[in-house]
Structure formats: structure tokens, C-alpha cells
Design a binder for this molecule. Sequence first.
Ligand code: PHE
Length: 357
Amino acid sequence: MFEAVLERWDGDHVVVRHHPGGAWIFVGIHSTRLGPAAGGTRLKQYESAAAGLEDCLRLARGMTRKLAVLGLPHGGGKAVIAVTEIPAGDERRRLFEWYADLLNSLGGSFITGPDVNTGEADMDVIGERSRHVFCTSLARGGSGDPSIHTAYGVFHGIRASLRHAFGSEDLGGRSVLVQGTGSVGAKLVQLLAEAGATVLATDIDEERARATGASVVPAAAALTTECDVYAPCALGATLNADSIPGLRCRVVAGAANNQLATEADGERLRAAGILYAPDYVINGGGALHGIGLEQLGWSPDELEAQVEAIGETLAQIYASADAHAISTEAAAERLAAERLAALDSRPTEAQRTVTRA
Ligand code: PHE
């Protein structure tokens, strides 16, 4: 039910539209305190429209935290296009044209980028009619597909996690299970293999997992296979009260958003002695790519340094979690709250002008 989902939300605005073709569109603008809300547009089939709304709102809240932790000048938002069938061809183009008009009607309070099931071609269609989009193709003047930088960020995050858990970030001799070998997961497999890790891969589409060259683990065994690092890079809150007791890894560090089913699962992982890399911190590479390159004028080198720094941010979160005897999820939330408070208390341009006068 929409009611229950909305009652629990602490964000600014929710835009709800129904497309004549049958899709429900939700835009969750969680916060604009630090700037216009930014976040991807997810295209997905859900069990119900309310499930799509719930996903949207949780993801939007995560974006506020992600952008605050990354120090980027944006609030958090997210859009979900909940469909019964993933559209293709002309139908898809028309849906994204319509969606671009919807973005325009929001006047720039939400700027979007790619997410699950959306990519450069869709961003280009939006970009034909709207300025409120990141990651259009290079040919169209955008920064292109950000997934390699998401994968790099996760790679550096895994190394920082190994350093904390084992005292060394060396991947040689370490085993990493990558669950979900889509655009980010497949690139992560490559980076890990090049660094000398033993990589196991799993995907609901086994062929896709096999194509990465990693040893394939059946999808059903993803959560119970022994490994040093479990890297969730697929959909769904795989960490929950049922799955956590069965995990046989020391570290959970992957690219997926919303990895924890509930907030209590962060504490559950801590109690199980598993180091968890908060999802919205470790997967920040895509946002750094779009916003850094297109808005902040970063050079490729600068972007790379910022993506690498995700590892240092995680190390800081791990140290804080240890010092306060709290979960890493709670420590990340504290860091996000601190950053928001610090940025929030800076004088605004209007206040500065008054002070000067
Ligand atoms: N999927 C990206 C994320 O979750 C979306 C994004 C890309 C947001 C580029 C902003 C800019 O971070």
C-alpha cells in the first residue's frame, strides 16, 4: 500500500505519475539541502506499484547519504520506472521522451543518471529534451557510461576492507565471490582477477557469469559459499535475518544498492564478525564520475584519485565503528549526518552578502 510506504518516509517530495502505456513513475526527492537532488533512474518490474515506490524512497534516502559522504554538492533523489515488461525500441524511446518532459516539469530539483536497466542510450534520449541528466554519451557531450568507475570504487573498497579485516590489502590468494555479473560486476571480476584474486562469479544468467572467465558458482549457492569477500553486485536486499547466519565470508563489500533488508541487519553482520562495507559508500564511483566530470570540472586523474579515496573513507568508517562499538552501517550514517550538519551550517550566499554589507 502506498500509505504505509509514505508514512515511514522522511524525505522532501515524492512525485507520482502514471504513464499511459502502463508504467508507474516515482521520483523521490529526499533532500535538496546541499543542492539539487541527484540519483539514477531505475527501470524494473516490481511485484506491485507500491514495491516500486518503496524501492525508490529507500534508494533516494541512500543517495542523500552517499552524496554527503562523498562531499558532492547535491541532495539525494532517485527515480523508479515500474513496468510490467522492460520496454525496447520505439516504445522505450517514447517512454524516456515522456520522462524527460516530467524531469523538466521538476525545474531542475532532480537531476538523474543511469541505474539498473538504464544506460547511456536512455540518457541520450532524455538529453535530447532535458538538461537534467548526467552520463549522456561522450558524443553528446556527456561523461558516458560510469560503470567502470563504480567498479573501481568497489575494488578500492574491497582492498580497504581486506586491510581492516586481515591487516593486508593484498588480493593475492584471497577469494572473492561476485554475485551479479552485469555492467559493474563483470568489470569488477576483471579488476580482481588482474590483482591476483581467486574470483568466483554467480549470476541468475549462468552464461553471463561464465563469460567473465571466473569460476562459476550456482546462483542458489551464492550466499553460502566459503570465500574471503562476498561482493553483492546484483539486485535485492540479500543480507537479512535468514541469510546472515549462513554466510561463510569475512567481508561483505559489493556494488549493489540496498544490500541490507532492514537496518537491524547491519548490527547482525557485526555480531556475526563480518565486516560490512556500507553499500552507498562503496558504490559511490558512478556518482563521482557523472558529477565530478560534468559539473565539477575534474580531470580523469582527479576523478581517479577521488574514486580511490572511497577506500580511505571506508577505513575511516571502520575505525569509527570499532571505536564506538557500533555497526559499520551506523558509523556510515554518523559520518553522513556529520557532513550534512557541517555543510548545512555554512553561511548561504545570501547570508554572506548580508554579513559583508
Ligand atoms: N546509479 C548511480 C548511483 O546510484 C546514479 C548516478 C549516476 C547518480 C551519475 C548521479 C550521477 O549513484
